[in-house]
Design a binder for this molecule. Structure first.
Ligand SMILES: [Zn+2]
Length: 278
């Protein structure tokens, strides 16, 4: 039932209402009517990275809210109060460490075996019983939750949607919008230089790989601030890797490939930041 759910806002692709909204946005972009609301490129205060953001957080939160409601209606939530207590306690510490602990969060613990977790725009967090059971300790679960809040702080859903929207726009009617907008013009050359396939594989995919790396690093920062053992993040990935040859590899891996590489990246980052020596 939850097979179509991926982390990192992949769920957006499956939500019919979102694609309609996106189509409308594309039409608006082409007609120039959406252009004035563009804030195009913004610097993320947490990462210092410049991001193309065509949508505000509240806009994409609205788009995702139906998908979240459906998800909660279709997937049973656990009645195990010890499990929800554990997830909420770790989540609270990690959210505080990320600086977003004072916000309203909707954390659901789904009662399925899926070894997965995800965040959706609008501060929705989904954690499956499967991944909670897969982790050896709270430190490992904090690494999963740290990664997820890293996607939120990194504004990855909005960025990803903006880039893919622009990719679609850029191929056809977008040239009009590009010509009309100072903000878009700076991306015009880039878009025109790349074909559809190049955009899909050359821009969008590495983009999400970068997002995963950024979320990993932010997650480790939050683990460290919250007082969790950052070394457990590396152990978690090694465990995922060891389990990937089994009959049912952890779903987390389908959206998070290369566990070995990620464990290495994490190890290097942890050593470089001086959080620990591993
Ligand atoms: Zn991720």
């Amino acid at each position: 039932m939850t097979e179509h759910i991926d982390i990192d806002g992949e769920i957006l692709k499956d939500a019919p209402r979102v694609s309609m909204s996106r189509r409308r946005i594309i039409q608006g972009l082409a007609a120039g009517s959406v252009v004035p609301i563009l804030s195009s490129c913004a610097t993320n205060p947490a990462t210092g990275r410049n991001q193309l953001l065509l949508f505000g957080e509240s806009q994409i939160a609205q788009m995702a809210s139906t998908a979240w409601t459906d998800m909660k209606a279709q997937t049973p939530q656990t009645a195990d109060s010890r499990l929800t207590g554990r997830v909420n306690r770790i989540w609270g510490r990690i959210a505080d460490a990320s600086g977003r602990g004072n916000e309203q969060w909707d954390v659901a613990v789904f009662d399925t075996d899926d070894v997965n977790a995800f965040v959706m725009p609008g501060n929705k967090v989904g954690v499956y019983r499967g991944i909670a059971e897969f982790t050896d300790n709270d430190d490992q679960l904090s690494s999963v939750l740290g990664h997820e809040v890293g996607h939120v702080v990194g504004r990855h859903a909005a960025e990803r949607m903006s880039v893919s929207t622009l990719a679609q726009v850029g191929l056809v009617a977008g040239q009009i919008a590009i010509a009309q907008s100072d903000e878009l013009r700076q991306y015009g050359g880039q878009i025109a230089a790349l074909g559809g396939a190049a955009l899909q594989f050359g821009v969008i995919l590495p983009y999400s790989r970068n997002h995963e790396l950024e979320a990993d690093r932010l997650g480790v920062d939050y683990m460290h601030t919250a007082g969790y053992d950052v070394k457990e993040s590396v152990r978690l990935w090694e465990k995922m890797d060891a389990n990937s040859k089994g009959q049912r590899p952890p779903e987390f891996m389908s959206t998070h490939p290369d566990p070995t590489r990620r464990a290495n990246d994490l190890r290097n980052y942890i050593n470089a930041r001086g959080y620990a020596l591993i």
